[in-house]
Write a protein of this length. Structure first.
Ligand SMILES: NC(=O)C1=CN([C@@H]2O[C@H](COP(=O)(O)OP(=O)(O)OC[C@H]3O[C@@H](n4cnc5c(N)ncnc54)[C@H](OP(=O)(O)O)[C@@H]3O)[C@@H](O)[C@H]2O)[C@@H](O)CC1
Ligand SMILES: Nc1ncnc2c1ncn2[C@@H]1O[C@H](COP(=O)(O)OP(=O)(O)O)[C@@H](O)[C@H]1O
Length: 277
């Protein structure tokens, strides 16, 4: 069995800071998302909402007009355009709510440019196939099904001892951070320990919460440009779980109640305030 380091609230606090009088919208962190599609516009809305609610100072959205319209209807603070976000980007989020089978040549070019850049990239869902060619620092965020498919694609499908070992091995293969989502999310970089982040509530298992996580990761990475990427990703994952616990009302030891993905995004400010207190 591989050992995993259990991630805590105290660990998370190292990557969360209060805004100060010296901050501006850029110093708080700029997140750019190229997510969503006409089939899944909601994924873009959820990621953008989460990036704002996790404390980003500036959120840019690049994508198709129909999706931009949906994003701006929910969050008019967002700067959208077909190809925005080339300047001053602290972290990219790509892939949530997209289907690689539907990818146009223009979209493929834009995504290749992002994963060949210098800003860290959160690679989710429909962009996971681009992880192996990336030269940018990456955090790939597969769920169990996507993780199995990615292992297959990378030729890693022969048996490892356990999931933590598989995550570590994929991270070494990709030279990036692998964040394998689940009730207990496992995170590893090419070096260093495997980190385990317990969600703490099964109510988080609802459609769209992975899209929310991708936005949170973008914001926390953009706010922590010099920190180790695996640890920053763990801090974002912990905040996401804590927001779900707050939204679902499980804090007092009760069973809580159902939530939807937007509830998680909307509880992020309270999760951050709690970590800062
Ligand atoms: N509102 C929106 O816009 C939303 C948009 N969304 C977007 O939808 C896109 C498709 O994403 P997706 O995850 O639904 O489908 P897909 O990647 O094809 O995998 C599904 C197959 O994998 C397997 N599987 C095994 N374990 C699993 C697990 N833990 N969790 C899930 N699946 C697991 C299982 O196969 P089975 O085990 O049944 O054979 C299952 O049939 C993606 O771009 C996403 O961002 C969603 O976020 C929802 C809200
Ligand atoms: N049983 C569970 N308990 C707690 N959290 C879970 C459970 N199952 C999944 N999650 C979390 O819910 C989120 C689901 O993400 P994902 O599978 O990408 O869904 P979607 O694609 O619908 O957004 C992840 O953050 C994952 O860690």
């Amino acid at each position: 069995m591989s050992e995993a380091r259990e991630w805590s609230r105290v660990d998370t606090a190292r990557f969360v800071r209060a805004a100060t009088r010296d901050d501006d919208k850029y110093s708080r962190g700029v997140v750019a998302l190229r997510t969503g599609s006409p089939a899944y516009p909601g994924a873009a809305v959820l990621g953008v909402e989460a990036a704002w609610r996790a404390g980003a100072g500036f959120v840019r959205y690049a994508g198709e007009q129909r999706v931009i319209d949906a994003v701006l209807a929910r969050r008019p603070e967002t700067v959208g355009g077909p190809d925005t976000g080339r300047t001053r980007v602290g972290a990219w989020v790509i892939g949530s709510g997209t289907d690689p089978e539907e990818r146009t040549d223009a979209e493929a070019r834009a995504l290749r440019e992002i994963v060949s850049g210098t800003a860290p990239v959160v690679i989710d869902a429909g962009a996971l196939d681009l992880a192996s060619g990336a030269t940018a620092p990456v955090v790939v965020t597969p769920h169990a099904g996507e993780f199995a498919r990615l292992r297959e694609r990378l030729g890693l499908a022969d048996a490892d001892q356990d999931t933590a070992a598989e995550v570590r091995r994929m991270a070494a293969e990709l030279h990036g951070v692998v964040l394998r989502k689940g009730a207990r999310t496992l995170i590893a970089g090419p070096d260093g320990p495997v980190i385990a982040v317990d969600a703490g509530t099964g109510w988080l298992a609802t459609a769209g919460t992975g899209d929310v996580l991708a936005g949170v990761l973008g914001a926390v990475i953009a706010a922590n440009p010099c920190a180790p990427l695996a640890e920053v990703a763990a801090a974002g994952t912990w905040l996401h779980g804590h927001a779900a616990r707050i939204a679902a009302g499980v804090g007092g030891g009760g069973t809580g109640h159902p939530i939807v993905a937007l509830d998680v995004a909307e509880a992020l400010p309270l999760a951050i305030a709690d970590v800062l207190s």
